[in-house]
Design a protein around this ligand. Structure first.
Ligand SMILES: Nc1ncnc2c1ncn2[C@@H]1O[C@H](COP(=O)(O)OP(=O)(O)OP(=O)(O)O)[C@@H](O)[C@H]1O
Ligand SMILES: [Mg+2]
Length: 250
């Protein structure tokens, strides 16, 4: 059964970077099979992990709705979608990724969401670790297509505005009744913890901070992958310590 780590936070807080770094750290720990799910329609987890995304679930669904004839005779729509989702899982070196994307076409996706929910549930169970990079609005969580999580990580800067956003995201998760066992906070791009009182107000458990890391910043400017990051990069070392708390919180 997959240990699911869901990453949330306001735009630009560092979700994708942290998702990529966590996948790298899980890989170096040889902890088992790893699936990264990019649940942000504006997807870039593939880039951060140095992979070319060959297709998204959104594109696949668009293809089916514009040409239902692509479903082979004798195969139900559900089975076909399930099969197609499996073909969209891309193999990296030591991990797989799946990119959700977003269907562009008109129409109601309620039916499709049901199929997605079931298929994603089965897929997640097949991995030891699943890391989900969410968009700020938690769309896939609200549609229940990415299910529950063992650990929710909200990423924030230490500012009052940032922490208020983290508190709102935590509230949204509670309102949506998304099942998360541990709700944690990481302060990103800051040398130490934020103000304890302000952290307390978020209702999240503070599990550590990641300092501003010039190598990560340059990597994103040059378009490199976190897999190529120096082994002793500041961000990696901080996240290794934080990681121990994450996998320790079973
Ligand atoms: N600790 C860090 N040190 C330096 N740069 C960082 C750090 N964390 C993130 N960044 C940089 O900040 C930018 C935003 O990070 P990232 O894309 O991970 O955020 P995000 O929350 O996924 O954004 P979005 O909401 O657009 O998906 C990137 O250029 C990234 O390289
Ligand atoms: Mg992102």
């Amino acid at each position: 059964m997959g240990f699911v780590i869901a990453i949330a936070g306001k735009g630009g807080s560092g979700k994708t970077t942290i998702a990529g770094l966590l996948i790298r750290i899980l890989k170096e720990r040889s902890a088992g099979s790893i699936l990264g799910i990019d649940a942000d329609p504006n997807h870039n987890l593939g880039d951060v992990l140095g992979m070319d995304v060959s297709g998204t679930i959104g594109q696949m669904l668009d293809g089916i709705s514009s040409d239902p004839g692509t479903i082979p005779a004798g195969m139900s729509k559900d089975r076909y979608i399930e099969y197609k989702i499996q073909t969209l899982v891309q193999e990296g070196e030591g991990f797989d990724i799946l990119t959700m994307g977003r269907p562009e076409g008109p129409g109601c996706y309620c039916y499709v969401n049901n199929v997605l929910r079931n298929t994603m549930g089965k897929l997640v169970k097949g991995y030891d670790y699943v890391v989900i990079d969410n968009e700020a609005g938690l769309e896939h969580f609200s549609r229940r297509t990415t299910g529950s999580a063992n650990v929710l990580i909200v990423v924030s800067d230490p500012s009052v505005v940032g922490l208020k956003a983290a508190e709102r995201i935590h509230g949204l998760v509670r309102d949506l009744k998304i099942k998360t066992k541990h709700n944690c906070l990481i302060i990103n791009r800051f040398p130490g913890p934020a103000d304890a009182e302000k952290i307390k107000k978020t209702g999240l458990a503070y599990i550590g901070n990641i300092p501003e890391d010039g190598i990560v910043r340059n990597l994103s400017i040059e378009g490199g992958s976190v897999m190529g990051l120096d082994n002793d990069a500041l961000s990696l070392n901080s996240l290794r310590k934080i990681g121990e708390k994450i996998w320790g919180s079973n």
